[in-house]
Design a protein. Structure first.
Length: 141
């Protein structure tokens, strides 16, 4: 979600692994390891996104520009998923993180622990984000 293409995702993955390696000696064990991993990964992803926004990105030709339309059910589902990701891309960094954790099927308790909010707050925010995404998707179609 925080990288546009495979090369950027691979670079981001490597940066996350590097930061996990560097931060491991300071892991106190106050939270679950998975929660700590998510927090480090999320902070690295958001920092990387901020760096990218501060410098102009080069124009790239995407493979999608050359794909022909196909009306099969699978393609329709793929288009809906692409539409969802376009809508998610319009959210703030914190909102994106919350949605991605939800899409990865984390419980509200896990989301709350990772995001540093209460489980009830995570539920309320996610409900509002679902409404917001519906509205954004309606404008994109």
């Amino acid at each position: 979600m925080y990288a546009d293409d495979a090369d950027d995702r691979q670079d981001l993955f490597q940066e996350v692994i590097l930061q996990l390696w560097r931060a491991y000696p300071s892991f106190r064990g106050d939270a679950k390891v998975t929660t700590w991993l998510y927090r480090v990964a999320l902070n690295v992803a958001i920092s990387d996104l901020r760096k990218k926004k501060s410098r102009p990105a080069p124009d790239r030709l995407h493979e999608n520009l050359f794909n022909l339309k196909d009306d099969s059910p699978q393609v329709f589902q793929d288009e809906n998923i692409k539409l969802l990701y376009k809508a998610i891309d319009q959210l703030s960094q914190v909102e994106k993180a919350l949605v991605m954790l939800y899409l990865e099927e984390h419980s509200y308790d896990e989301i709350a622990e990772i995001m540093g909010i209460t489980a009830n707050n995570a539920r309320v925010k996610m409900h509002r984000l679902q409404d917001k995404l519906r509205k954004i998707m309606a404008t994109l179609t």
